[in-house]
Write a protein that binds this ligand. Structure first.
Ligand SMILES: *[C@@H]1O[C@H](CO)[C@@H](O)[C@H](O)[C@H]1NC(C)=O
Ligand SMILES: *[C@@H]1O[C@H](CO)[C@@H](O)[C@H](O)[C@H]1NC(C)=O
Ligand SMILES: *[C@@H]1O[C@H](CO)[C@@H](O)[C@H](O)[C@H]1NC(C)=O
Ligand SMILES: *[C@@H]1O[C@H](CO)[C@@H](O)[C@H](O)[C@H]1NC(C)=O
Ligand SMILES: *[C@@H]1O[C@H](CO)[C@@H](O)[C@H](O)[C@H]1NC(C)=O
Ligand SMILES: *[C@@H]1O[C@H](CO)[C@@H](O)[C@H](O)[C@H]1NC(C)=O
Length: 499
């Protein structure tokens, strides 16, 4: 009796000590983390505010958050605006600036905001598109599986990976497997798909019953497992916030990884990151929303497209006497990255950039209006989407009966959705903020667009210039302002109520 009492007292003491030690290491870690995150945040917030963020600068940086639909903007807007000679060179996964190519005007990449440390930041305009975080996680999961499933034509994993390596060496292009975050997510899913296939063979499982494609463990890693894997935690969740803050797993800044890990361990520290990310969005030339696709694209054509057209047209005519300019540019670009291990053969780019004067893309040559640019965009996306959906169908056939459809998404249990929301709490807040920015931006462009169109038509037909036209224009503007203010106010109140 005596000994058991002693023993339990000892046990209690040990438990107490271990709890205390744990608590104190937690406190130590929290204190340490708080200092690390605060230091980073205050130095990031220090950067001076850009006056005139609405004007396009020399370099356009498209901060492409994965699975937000940025690819269609790249192919259907930017490729029509900028010739490939104006595109900044990309190497395999990390972009390295090639000091020989000083005149590039466009950079589209999954690299995060820390990329700005390599760019002439005062002469760079940043644009981005954000998406509802839950949909973004779904899409990331589906795309990882889709790309990985293409490898199932191979008899085994070894031959699949070998083949992928050979293919990449041969094509020399940039493949999905070279690009962050897919270079981590796809091999992970690929390995998993092969393991599940081998398992089915072993068990003699030939017919898998249909059902919830997001929870079909015989075929694919279930979604609820995927979201809790350390890789998804490191790369997928709060991915938009980390990318805008410059803190992804792929960041260029040294302290980024410590800051990110601290924020992942201590939820409250996320506030500092959000503050930085919001300010970055505030300073961007354009923020689009995947959900508001038509409005976003129209705004892009009006805000970005039309400025690119006039900028490139005027730079073409003044190219000859721009020698001074060029000199200044080369000096600021060359201090960007001394120790680069560039894999890219840039001689062809260099040649192309020498002939830049006569080589503008079609939209610029044709001096398209924003409306015309939008028309050509619509045609372009419909063919792009067709190709994408064809590829997706043929790839998902390999993991049939699992098939990711809109209807199936609605069947995913609320618990899982709630988990995704909780894992992406920073992205949820940033997305709300982006929606506000978008509403403001949209109100402004509608106003500007309509008023300039009206004035033009009035001056063109000056012989029928009449007082009522001015009056009706005035009324339209007042009406727009009124609707806009009511809208913004309504939005604010609903936001407050939600909080
Ligand atoms: C994988 O498949 C290739 C090609 O069929 C074959 O040569 C190789 O032996 C296989 N490897 C294993 C470990 O089964
Ligand atoms: C990024 O994430 C991948 C997958 O989790 C990991 O293998 C890699 O080491 C990470 N890189 C950094 C710099 O944290
Ligand atoms: C780059 O390409 C040129 C021809 O296009 C070739 O002569 C040269 O050897 C290449 N350099 C490298 C490093 O691959
Ligand atoms: C650019 O200028 C050259 C001559 O200076 C001209 O031939 C060419 O058509 C111009 N391109 C555009 C897009 O205006
Ligand atoms: C291009 O279009 C704009 C607006 O439509 C017009 O003001 C400008 O004069 C045009 N430029 C040329 C060179 O046609
Ligand atoms: C998956 O669903 C889509 C849309 O319902 C359909 O077009 C496609 O054929 C299906 N794929 C497979 C492999 O069943």
């Amino acid at each position: 009796m005596d000994t058991t009492l002693k023993f339990s007292a000892l046990l209690l003491l040990m438990v107490l000590v271990s709890v205390l030690v744990n608590a104190s290491t937690f406190n130590n870690d929290f204190g340490h983390c708080e200092r690390v995150v605060q230091k980073w945040a205050s130095s990031s917030l220090e950067q001076k505010v850009k006056e005139d963020k609405h004007t396009l600068r020399d370099l356009l940086f498209f901060l492409h958050v994965p699975r937000t639909g940025g690819r269609t903007y790249f192919h259907c807007f930017l490729k029509k605006l900028y010739s490939s000679s104006l595109e900044c060179p990309r190497s395999y996964d990390k972009l390295r600036f090639d000091p020989h190519k000083q005149r590039c005007r466009l950079l589209v990449t999954h690299d995060d905001y820390s990329m700005m440390s390599k760019l002439p930041s005062e002469r760079t305009s940043v644009v981005t598109i954000l998406r509802d975080p839950v949909d973004r996680v779904f899409s990331t999961y589906e795309f990882s599986v889709e790309v990985a499933a293409r490898f199932l034509v191979h008899p085994n994993l070894t031959s699949a990976t070998q083949m992928a390596g050979r293919l990449r060496a041969k094509t020399k292009g940039v493949s999905t497997l070279d690009i962050w975050p897919w270079k981590y997510l796809v091999p992970w899913m690929r390995e998993d798909l092969f393991a599940r296939r081998d398992d089915r063979k072993l068990k003699g499982l030939n017919n898998v019953m249909g059902g919830d494609p997001y929870n079909m463990e015989e075929m694919v890693m279930p979604l609820h497992e995927y979201i809790y894997d350390p890789i998804a935690r490191d790369i997928v969740h709060n991915g938009a916030t980390f990318q805008v803050a410059g803190l992804t797993n792929n960041s260029y800044t040294e302290e980024a990884h410590a800051v990110r890990h601290c924020v992942q361990r201590h939820k409250v520290l996320g506030e500092h990151v959000l503050k930085v990310a919001k300010k970055r969005l505030d300073n961007m030339l354009y923020v689009g929303l995947t959900e508001e696709h038509r409005e976003s694209a129209t705004m892009f054509a009006n805000v970005v497209g039309s400025q690119v057209i006039s900028q490139l047209r005027s730079s073409n005519s003044s190219m000859e006497n721009a020698a001074d300019n060029k000199l200044e540019q080369s000096s600021s670009f060359s201090d960007s990255n001394p120790n680069d291990d560039d894999h890219q053969n840039s001689s062809s780019d260099q040649k192309a950039s020498d002939t830049v004067t006569s080589e503008n893309a079609e939209a610029v040559k044709g001096n398209m209006t924003a409306g015309e640019l939008m028309e050509s965009y619509e045609v372009c996306i419909s063919s792009l989407r067709k190709a994408q959906s064809h590829r997706r169908t043929s790839s998902l056939r390999r993991i049939s009966p699992a098939n990711f459809t809109k209807e199936a998404r609605h069947q995913v249990p609320e618990v899982v959705l709630q988990q995704i929301r909780s894992l992406n709490h920073l992205d949820l807040e940033l997305y709300k903020y982006a929606q506000d920015i978008f509403a403001n931006q949209n109100g402004r462009t509608i106003l500007e667009f309509h008023s300039t169109e009206r004035w033009k038509s009035i001056f063109n037909k000056s012989h029928e210039f009449a007082l009522w036209q001015v009056l009706s224009l005035g009324m339209t503007i007042v009406l727009f302002l009124f609707v806009f203010i009511v809208f913004v106010n309504a939005r604010r109140t609903t936001l407050k109520i939600k909080i």
